[in-house]
Design a protein around this ligand. Structure first.
Ligand code: ARG
Length: 284
């Protein structure tokens, strides 16, 4: 009996330690932002000691399966970290607010609900501004634009060189994405909607889907890193061009803050710099 008690305690303790480790890892990306936020906070504190201000945390929801926007790497300390140009933008917004940054890696499909229910303050996740989404959330100005791409296996590059050639094909897309909507419009296409882009690429590589529709920069990043897949000449059309940051409906103060940070980052060329740096990082 006593032995079991000890064993149970040990298991519980181990679980606790593991959970704590996981926590730390998840916050990896937030950490850098924390530091940035901290500096501003301390500065602000000296000028006006507002305790509420200094405790502020900005929680970002993103689906970190999306290089170069947001993705996981092993950093120099060998730890898991979420990086990407959306993360850099998030850090800047937190810095301007004098807030700590917390990043939540969630399923893309769940992000708008998380925002509506207040579990995250912002969605920064390569989010395209669709009229449908505009009914559920408020959106910032467009901070970046990119094209769509079709990815397939090397051998099928010419077979899927046009959008018409995708008719009746098996197409992999991310759940809840505009690419899913685009694929639904292709006559007789058979959709495989998955939560993670890496799973879609796997399906492609194992012949379970014929092609995938992805954001151009994401397609480029995967094609560079995964053997045997290529971008075809097909050019998917998309009316909801560009990426925006999602804010809870009616939160005008935060929306204004986000837009003013974006204004600064667009004007001084930071966004382009973040994109270049994140793309390089994604190639490693
Ligand atoms: N731009 C597309 C959309 O808004 C896909 C975004 C997917 N983002 C991600 N982090 N996986 O639907």
């Amino acid at each position: 009996m006593k032995k079991w008690g000890i064993l149970l305690t040990a298991v519980l303790m181990l679980t606790f330690v593991l959970a704590a480790c996981g926590q730390e890892k998840n916050n990896g990306a937030g950490q850098a932002g924390n530091k940035a936020g901290q500096t501003t906070q301390n500065g602000a504190q000296a000028a006006e000691p507002d305790t509420n201000e200094t405790d502020k945390t900005l929680t970002i929801g993103m689906s970190a399966d999306f290089p170069p926007y947001e993705f996981h790497i092993k950093n120099e300390q060998g730890e898991d970290e979420i990086v990407g140009f959306d993360v850099e933008i998030a850090k800047e917004i937190a810095k301007d607010m004098g807030a700590k940054l917390e990043i939540k890696d969630l399923k893309f499909d769940s992000l708008l609900n998380e925002l509506a229910s207040g579990r995250v303050d912002l969605v920064i996740s390569g989010l395209s501004p669709t009229p449908e989404r505009a009914k559920q959330i408020d959106m910032s100005k467009i901070y970046y634009k990119a094209e769509q791409a079709v990815v397939t296996r090397e051998a099928d590059k010419d077979k899927f060189a046009t959008m018409e050639s995708l008719e009746g094909a098996k197409i992999g897309v991310q759940q809840g994405s505009i690419q899913e909507e685009m694929a639904k419009k292709i006559p007789n296409a058979k959709l495989t909607s998955l939560a993670k882009i890496s799973d879609i690429v796997m399906q492609l590589n194992t012949n379970r889907v014929d092609a995938a529709i992805l954001e151009g920069p994401v397609a480029k990043s995967f094609v560079k890193n995964v053997k045997g897949i290529v971008i075809t000449d097909a050019t998917p059309e998309n009316e909801d061009e560009g990426y925006v940051i999602g804010v809870k409906k009616g939160n005008k103060e935060l929306l204004d803050q986000v837009n003013s940070t974006l204004d600064r980052l667009i004007a001084d060329g930071s966004i382009d710099k973040f994109v270049t740096e994140a793309s390089e990082l994604a190639e490693k």
